[in-house]
Ligand binder design. Structure first.
Ligand SMILES: C[S@@+](CC[C@H](N)C(=O)[O-])C[C@H]1O[C@@H](n2cnc3c(N)ncnc32)[C@H](O)[C@@H]1O
Length: 240
């Protein structure tokens, strides 16, 4: 059955993320940007969802452009100082260049093929200034194994009932999140969120094929080097 109320659906997804400490996440992203050593920094956020991270960064940067491929998620954004644009991060329809680009919460794991991943890197490369920084986090196998235990849940929010099932397929290296959502009028939708859980080393190979190099790769929220047993790795890239 078609979804009747996308805005309720987007609010529902933001409810699911309510336990996330976005202030902490924003501070971490800000710390990464400080390497630019500049007063005025123009920022592009990719796959921003409803911009929970940028909401905490709006006062810290001179310009932030928020983007996501879902117009419904963008509609839920709090009013920020700058603009928002709906686009897919593998096809960035912009000419403007930025000093700093970032993406959070394993959004790049939604890029299901190597080709898509490298296309995303090349698009970000095109819109980044020569001395710019691009940072994103990735979810690794250990994170998938952990969350498939915890993200099996059901509940109710704004009259919407939901059931979530989280499953990692180690052979396909795919993580599936199944949602069954029942609206107040009894209509139901099923959504499957698919994420590719690439091997840690694969990211380095993808980046080698792009115009970037890995300046640092640390465990997200820390400055400790990441490895294949980390749950979440933070890539910090510069242009070659
Ligand atoms: C897990 S949510 C994270 C949202 C936000 N970054 C956060 O930290 O709350 C993943 C987001 O990625 C977006 N997304 C997935 N694939 C995308 C793509 N190819 N281009 C742009 N956005 C994408 C989805 O629409 C969704 O808003």
């Amino acid at each position: 059955m078609p979804v009747k109320d996308y805005s309720a659906l987007a609010q529902f997804y933001s409810h699911l993320m309510k336990s996330i400490d976005y202030k902490k996440w924003a501070n971490y992203i800000f710390e990464i940007s400080r390497e630019l050593k500049r007063e005025e920094v123009s920022v592009l956020e990719l796959a921003a969802g409803n911009a929970n991270v940028s909401a905490h960064l709006a006062k810290k940067f001179s310009y932030i452009l928020i983007s996501d491929r879902s117009v419904e998620m963008l509609r839920q954004c709090q009013d920020l100082a700058n603009s928002k644009v709906c686009f897919d991060m593998t096809e960035i329809p912009l000419k403007k260049k930025f000093d700093f680009a970032f993406s959070t919460f394993d959004s790049v794991n939604y890029l299901l093929t190597k080709e898509k991943f490298i296309k995303m890197l090349s698009e970000v490369h095109r819109v980044l200034n020569d001395d710019g920084i691009f940072t994103f986090d990735v979810s690794l196998e250990k994170n998938s194994l952990r969350y498939q235990k915890y993200l099996n849940r059901k509940g109710k929010y704004l009259g919407i009932k939901y059931r979530q099932q989280s499953k990692f397929d180690p052979k396909k290296r795919m993580h599936f999140n199944y949602f069954e959502i029942t609206f107040a009028d009894g209509s139901t939708v099923e959504e499957i969120h698919k994420q590719k859980i690439y091997e840690f080393e694969e990211y380095f190979r993808f980046i080698d094929e792009s115009g970037f190099y890995v300046r640092k790769c640390v465990e997200t929220f820390s400055w400790k080097d990441a490895n294949r047993n980390s749950e979440r790795a933070q890539f910090i890239l510069k242009k070659k």
